[in-house]
Ligand binder design. Structure first.
Ligand code: GLP
Length: 256
């Protein structure tokens, strides 16, 4: 894992945006895995401002609530179109977001996995992290080999996301999420974490044992993971000084 600690969320976001921009310039037909939530909001703004060419890019989103109409302001369809897709030249047919209203959810999930495979796999997966260590909506005790499927949200996640819905009761109970096995097949995982509320989940994921109790900890087994943090999110890392030293001493050709 490469741990990149920056003074502010804006600075950490800029590093992440440069990593994505480089990929899109080097591989115009790249396949991106995308995340929602408050963490990547600024990333999408920065990417829009970079005026990149998205005409050959294919995207797969991590997750979606089950049962929310697509047009609902809190659906991840709305989130992605509002915050990224409508501002760039991506082709509508190249955008994939799980369908939370699919009549046959297992069949939909199998087809989603097949579509990722048919697109050549995900080159770069953007991840946030839940306060309980979830990635996508893979809650603690998710199988570390799981594939795209239905999940029931943990009470803590429904509480965390109540701010978007006005009340906890309004947060759906069920979601479709890419599995941890799916995420582990991405060629690069780029995780962003900001704020002190993420500090313990980040410390467990990066420096703790690999355990399904913190699903993000499985990323220790992935060959190419970059973790972009602000100082508060990095505050519980025991080796923070080492990560800073490594980043400051990268060979020039490896910098972003
Ligand atoms: C959400 C999403 C995750 C996201 C996480 C953190 O529920 N399903 O993909 O990373 O929880 O959200 P936020 O960035 O708003 O803190």
């Amino acid at each position: 894992m490469e741990i990149i600690i920056q003074p502010t969320p804006a600075a950490a976001t800029d590093v992440a945006a440069r990593i994505i921009a480089r990929l899109l310039r080097e591989k115009p037909d790249a396949v991106l895995g995308l995340a929602t939530g408050s963490t990547p909001l600024r990333l999408y703004q920065v990417l829009v401002d970079m005026n990149l060419d998205w005409s050959g890019v294919t995207t797969f989103n991590l997750d979606e609530y089950i049962g929310l109409p697509r047009e609902h302001s809190q659906s991840y369809h709305s989130f992605m179109w509002e915050n990224l897709f409508r501002h760039v030249n991506i082709k509508r047919e190249n955008v994939h977001i799980p369908d939370g209203n699919a009549a046959d959810i297992p069949a939909f999930c199998a087809a989603y996995e097949a579509a990722i495979h048919a697109a050549g796999g995900i080159d770069l997966q953007v991840l946030g992290i839940g306060t309980d260590g979830h990635i996508g909506f893979n809650e603690p005790t998710s199988s570390l080999a799981s594939r795209t499927r239905i999940k029931t949200l943990a009470p803590r996640t429904r509480k965390d996301n109540a701010r978007f819905f006005g009340s906890e009761e309004a947060v759906p109970h069920h979601v479709i999420t890419m599995g941890i096995g799916t995420i582990m097949e991405a060629r690069l995982n780029l995780l962003l974490g900001f704020g002190s509320s993420k500090a313990s989940a980040i410390a467990e994921a990066v420096e703790g044992p690999i355990t399904s109790l913190n699903p993000a900890s499985i990323l220790q087994m992935h060959p190419v993971v970059k973790v972009c943090l602000d100082e508060p999110a990095a505050s519980l890392l025991q080796r923070a000084d080492y990560y800073r030293w490594v980043y400051a001493n990268k060979p020039a050709w490896q910098t972003f």
